[in-house]
Design a binder for this molecule. Structure first.
Ligand code: HEM
Length: 423
């Protein structure tokens, strides 16, 4: 991936303010080397001599931040780097109508308060028992079989089941929402215009789904997430209808796709590192504290910011409207930020990452995500203490705004021992 110029297909024309030596050929939706791993493919861009901001003609033409400190700084400074467009290509980002992800402060603040009301740590602690029961039921459903297809049998069900219950939505709606989320975060199409149309269709699909649910819950007394949010007020006034649509749709999008894929990355690694599994299993406190290291090691999001005004930054001139992609993989896996970054070290100190973003939009669902990861590890390792990837299998990866993983067959019992013995 990320071979230095010359660029074969010209893609978008290079704007005059982009220096020729900053042009790198990187397609965020089709990373070179993705067959060997999503994180490995992104990391190939992060060479010692790679500038901290590079520009690619792909996906409509945009900058890419390649250093952890720069990714974090851009996320943290909405005055200079606006959320007006956060999805690439620009044509897709302009159609993306989720609330409040495209708002900058101060407009963003009141909406964020509503999200936090439903997703703060105290609220999440209340659902822990339910989260645990979902995990146990799923794991016990296949533990005796000695194998599972992890994404199908666990990752794509567990967080979705938890979240659908929190929102009081029927589980049979989950596949439809998962399909819409797929279209939002890895939109179909070969051109920016086609990708924009695909994202727009997915966005409208979310709105059509939530519209009758919002109508039914307006004025209701339920304590599910949707009822709480629909009946929240902004500056003591009911929210505008389009804002409610955007807020509830974002809630569903955020809760569905991220944890699913994160869990797959985590389990692929653990399946190949029995010594890490042993370390976690033998020390329950370490296991509880390992979640932050897991998030550092397996970042999945690559979204963007729009340059708010012309400025000099990181040795280049940026123009208002320029888009900067922030691949969070390049923070958590950066050696300068986390020595021996490929190693998952459950006892690591001074962990640095942008897996949940940073600044005002920092992930509103991180307490839920953290709890889902810890519960999964606890309940899985109790019942399936040794496991490996099925011999001969190879997970497949897809890059996008959220990275996706397929084909994660896990085995345990005799098969797993054979696998470890052959290592
Ligand atoms: C491993 C799991 C997760 C990861 C890696 C993740 C990552 C992120 C990132 C990077 C952002 C910032 C986007 C930006 O600033 O442009 C974000 C925002 C957000 N996330 Fe998550 N997320 C995860 C799980 C969740 C869950 C379970 C929910 C549940 C609802 C959720 C809801 C949200 C919401 C609502 C926002 C928007 C916050 C705002 O705009 O103020 N996320 N997430």
């Amino acid at each position: 991936m990320a071979t230095v110029a010359p660029v074969k297909d010209p893609g978008a024309p290079k704007p005059d303010h982009v220096p020729a030596d900053r042009v790198y050929d990187v397609d965020m939706y089709a990373l070179d080397g993705i067959e060997e791993g999503f994180h490995e493919a992104w990391k190939a861009l992060q060479k010692p001599d790679t500038p901290s901001l590079v520009w690619t003609p792909r996906t409509g033409g945009h900058w890419i931040a390649t250093r952890g400190a720069v990714i974090q700084e851009i996320y943290s400074n909405p005055d200079r780097f606006s959320s007006e467009i956060i999805f690439l290509p620009r044509e897709a980002g302009e159609k993306y109508a989720m609330v409040p992800t495209r708002m900058d402060p101060p407009e963003h603040g009141p909406y964020r308060k509503i999200l936090d009301k439903g997703l703060n740590l105290a609220q999440i602690r209340k659902v822990e028992e339910h989260v645990r029961s979902v995990a146990i039921e799923l794991i016990e459903g296949f533990a005796a079989q000695g194998e599972c297809l992890f994404e199908r049998d666990y990752a794509r069900i567990f967080p979705v089941k938890v979240f659908m219950a929190m929102c009081d939505l029927p589980m049979e709606d989950a596949p439809k929402l998962a399909e819409l989320a797929e279209q939002m975060t890895r939109p179909a199409g070969n051109t920016p215009a086609e990708m924009g149309a695909s994202l727009d269709a997915a966005n409208q699909g979310f709105f059509a789904y939530v519209e009758p649910i919002i109508a039914a819950r307006a004025g209701g007394q339920g304590d599910d997430l949707i009822t709480v949010m629909v009946n929240s007020r902004i500056d003591d006034r009911p929210m505008d209808h389009d804002k409610v649509l955007g807020l509830i749709s974002l809630l569903l999008l955020g809760g569905l796709d991220t944890v699913v894929n994160f869990l797959c990355f985590m389990m692929i690694y653990l399946a190949q590192h029995p010594e890490k599994v042993e370390e976690l299993r033998s020390d329950p406190v370490k296991l509880m504290r390992s979640a932050e290291e897991m998030f550092r090691r397996f970042p999945v999001v690559s979204d963007a910011r729009m340059v708010a005004h012309d400025m000099s930054y990181q040795g280049v001139e940026l123009k208002r409207g320029d888009l900067i992609l922030l691949p969070t993989a390049l923070h958590g896996l950066e050696e300068a930020s986390n020595p021996d970054a490929w190693d998952l070290d459950p006892g690591r100190k001074g962990i640095a990452h942008s897996t949940f973003g940073a600044g005002p939009h920092r992930c509103a669902g991180m307490h839920l995500a953290r709890m889902e990861v810890i519960v999964t590890l606890q309940e899985w390792l109790k019942r399936i203490p040794d496991f490996g990837l099925k011999p001969g299998s190879k997970p497949t990866y897809r890059a996008g705004i959220i990275a996706a993983v397929d084909n994660v067959p896990l085995v345990w019992g005799n098969d797993a021992q054979l696998l470890f013995a052959s290592k």
